[in-house]
Design a protein around this ligand. Sequence first.
Ligand SMILES: Cc1cc2nc3c(=O)[nH]c(=O)nc-3n(C[C@H](O)[C@H](O)[C@H](O)COP(=O)(O)OP(=O)(O)OC[C@H]3O[C@@H](n4cnc5c(N)ncnc54)[C@H](O)[C@@H]3O)c2cc1C
Length: 570
Amino acid sequence: MSNFNIDSTKNRTYDAIVIGSGISGGWAAKELTGKGLRTLVLERGRDVRHVVDYPTTMLQPWEFEHRGQLPYEVKQENPIVSKCYAFYEGTTQFFAKDKEHPYVQEKPFDWIRGYQVGGKSLLWARQTQRWSNFDFEGPARDGFAVDWPIRYNDLAPWYSYVEKFAGITGNKDGLDTLPDGEFLPPHDLNCVEKYFKEQVSKNYKDRHIIIGRAAHITKAQPIHLQQGRAQCQHRTICERGCPFGGYFSSNASTIPWAMKTGKMTLRPDSVVHSIIYDEKKGKATGVRVIDANTKEMIEFYAKIIFVNAAALNTNLILLNSTSNRFQNGLGNDSGVLGKYVAFHNYRARVSGEYDGLLDSTTDGRRPNSGYIPRFRNVYKQETDFLRGYAAGFDGRRIEYNSSEGIGEDLKANLGKVTRGGWSVGSHMMGETIPKESNYVALDKTLKDPYGIPQLRIAVGYDDNDEKMVKDYLQQMTDMFEKAGFKNIKTYDSKQAAGLDIHEMGGARMGKDPKTSILNKWNQMHACKNVFVTDGASMTSTSTQNPSLTYMAMTARAADYAVKQMRMGNL
Ligand SMILES: Cc1cc2nc3c(=O)[nH]c(=O)nc-3n(C[C@H](O)[C@H](O)[C@H](O)COP(=O)(O)OP(=O)(O)OC[C@H]3O[C@@H](n4cnc5c(N)ncnc54)[C@H](O)[C@@H]3O)c2cc1C
């Protein structure tokens, strides 16, 4: 930013402001700049440039001071984020640290965040299953939350649109629970996974094992090459940042694409405090930002605002945006802002062993795994809990290296691999029910280092979740037994909500302004030039990973917003 004329309102005025540069903010930036809008992207964290700011991406295990492990002090200082499987010596630079970013846990909640340009898009596991009508019709059919104001057909073309650009690998499986998309060539199931698939098909009509759909380029198309991205090299160290752009991240894809239009101004180190509402104009006029370096408050102005700070931070910003008109948070006439937060229940796992297929093994790495789409309560209510779960599944050959001996003996032994049978495992991905009692709010006294109220999180499991865990453990055990797997073990980690990193809701979409914050275009019912297109907007959670749906919703909402703006409606 120039130091001259810094106070002039004109210099701080844009067509659009996007808050956050993660998966959804990156898409908002790409779409809005692509349609010609001068767009300011405000990001609370530092800049992370593609390739040059991935310091650990080329390091070999022995080049890490602690061989990839987290030092004791780091774990002590970060008890929450240390629980995340992806937080290790090679990735600590991309995770928000507990101490620096405090929040209040009214109920235990592990809030995992990525505060930098690219947000959590650098860290995600890249699973990208579409949602189906069984998801969008869920609340209406099963009588919880409120009805979604959209159906699958509203999003389908936008799924296709974002999939082609992001690069999604997958197989056309023809399942009505999991619509097919615009896929690049699929990864393969390995032999034990194929064996399980056959056994499950033999024993159950409605259960399927498929290869996951994932945001990896398995065959680069011209659109990917134009982004400077290349085929995934199967290194499976994605969360350190990929210099090939082999997986989708904002840093490799949407942000540089938006930058190339010449229409984007990216302002890192800009912590959005609140959205400015103009009582006379009856709309939002801009945002207040705390500069992370100087702690100075600066205002920026625009005709439309996209809020993409990730679900809970979006709630925080909206709750903190108070005015005479909106005393309890922007757009909060209904009083539901911050409420009906839900998440995914990832507590349960089942493991086993298989002693067949001993003449085969796997070769190389695969940045993907098997996927079992939801099969419970799909066509009819068949259990004593609502909704259901999807599951991951994978199998690998058990290998042992002997580390016996010293010197030459040790070296020789390390090279010898003895193979055992196969280990197989599955993890649960359960839908949770959005409830008024699962909410986030601003703490009345505690502030963060920028003077912004800390978020108070009161989100946890209920009886429905407990029953679902039991059912998953039972059903998966049955499926493993039918496949002849042995030594089957079940686990309930009892982990707190949040570690699934799929928190959603708080500013939900709905048909009725009395019970929702956003309309079917992710547009605020009560403040039409503000759009929320991240997880905060979700009416319910489905069982599928949500980020692809955020991308599709963002592109759809941006298209609508720009059309409305050009018609003079915003
Ligand atoms: C280890 C891991 C594995 C995951 N696996 C999957 C998966 O397989 N599939 C899937 O669909 N999802 C997965 N997720 C979740 C996925 O990363 C998120 O759903 C996705 O990143 C959400 O996009 P977003 O734009 O809402 O938020 P983010 O990507 O988190 O971006 C939000 C951005 O907003 C910024 N911000 C926050 N507050 C402010 C503020 N006040 N002012 C300015 N900027 C602000 C943040 O710094 C951040 O850059 C995973 C996440 C993790 C960490």
